[in-house]
Design a protein. Structure first.
Length: 372
């Protein structure tokens, strides 16, 4: 029976009334995210008003001595933080407001600046105990419609519902827009005529440089259990890679409709070897971490079952399903993953698009940030 090895994993709540397989059987465009307020002049955080966002130090009862950088205002405005130019803009989401860096230039040698959106909780406290941080791949679709399908994850909307239900703690979301996703999110050749193999550089860029900037200038919790990375499709593959390559940084990873097939199956044509996922470059590269329960990250892996509507479902999601199920079996049978380490879900109405990933996002967050 195909599910015979799935004794170490557990499915979470279903996304629809249809019966999923489980281990028991299964906004506005932000290309210019914040426009000028008319002055075109930058202000430092000491020049910006702090409004009502600055709060007291809950540990001492004393007023907070730290200013909230770039507090929300009626109109977008530019400011500087840590030597980086940013826009503060409030798009009216209940979950929080944004700092957008059009060209965050904090990388090492060979790294190019990236556009980065930072979502801060509506009640962000500069002096409190700190916030978990969720890093998002494909940051251009995290909050607003974008990408090939002009769709969005609606992360802010998903978080608002979670916060209202007290289902997860308030988090800071750092959504990184790729410069070249084919290059940045690939570990081996897997698509004809496509840039390749920059995920190792991207891993260092996010884990060391972007995280370093965020931890220095925002009130974050820096422990691995409070740091997650989430992505879908090729971004899901990259999330899996980053978390297992740098488990001392990322203690959680959400991998939705992930391209575990990359480098194995000719989804986009070409000649590729096929074969078992266990022998793939991906798994062999990460095998030492996958085998070590002391350091490996908590994982969410999922896929969808819709096969109509175009190649994104017939080809890409079909491959994500086959290799996603194989990955779940492999992690349980060969690496001994337990239920509190791996959550997986098969979405009976899931497509290979942001609408499906947005629908599953709340369950991903609950699974990654649930108490062990």
């Amino acid at each position: 029976m195909r599910a015979r090895h799935l004794i170490h994993v557990v499915a979470v709540s279903a996304c629809s009334a249809a019966g999923p397989r489980s281990d028991d059987d299964a906004l506005p465009d932000t290309s210019g995210a914040a426009s000028t307020d008319g002055t075109g002049e930058y202000v430092t955080t000491t020049e910006a008003t702090t409004g009502d966002v600055t709060t007291g130090d809950s540990s001492t009862g004393e007023p907070c001595a730290l200013e909230v950088p770039g507090p929300p205002a009626a109109s977008p405005y530019p400011f500087m933080l840590g030597g980086q130019a940013a826009w503060s803009h409030d798009d009216g989401f209940a979950a929080g407001w944004f700092h957008t860096y059009d060209a965050l230039d904090v990388g090492g040698a060979g790294d190019l600046p990236h556009k980065v959106h930072v979502l801060l909780p509506r009640d962000y406290d500069a002096c409190g105990p700190g916030y978990p941080v969720v890093y998002m791949n494909d940051g251009d679709t995290s909050f607003w419609p974008g990408g090939a399908g002009d769709k969005t994850w609606d992360v802010a909307g998903g978080l608002a519902g979670l916060y209202a239900a007290d289902a997860v703690p308030r988090v800071i979301v750092v959504a990184i827009v790729p410069n070249d996703r084919e290059y940045e999110y690939s570990h081996t050749p897997g698509q004809p005529d496509s840039a390749c193999c920059g995920v190792e550089q991207y891993t260092a860029y996010v884990a060391d440089h972007v995280r370093g900037f965020v931890d220095e200038h925002y009130n974050t919790r820096v422990d691995r259990e409070s740091t997650a990375i989430i992505g879908s499709s090729r971004g899901g593959l990259a999330a899996f890679y980053l978390a297992n390559r740098r488990p001392e940084v990322f203690g959680r990873a959400g991998c939705l409709s992930s391209s575990f097939w990359f480098g194995l199956d000719p989804v986009y044509g070409g000649e590729f070897p096929g074969g078992p996922l266990a022998a793939s470059v991906l798994v062999q590269t990460l095998a030492d971490v996958l085998a070590d329960p002391r350091v490996r990250p908590r994982l969410w892996i999922d896929w969808g079952l819709v096969r109509t509507g175009g190649f994104h479902n017939e080809g890409i999601e079909a491959a994500a399903t086959a290799r996603g199920f194989e990955m779940v079996e492999l992690l349980g049978a060969s690496y001994g993953y337990q239920a509190d380490e791996l959550r997986w879900f098969e979405d009976p109405i899931g497509e290979h698009d942001e609408v499906s990933w947005a629908r599953r996002f709340p369950d991903v967050m609950k699974a990654l940030f649930a108490a062990p």
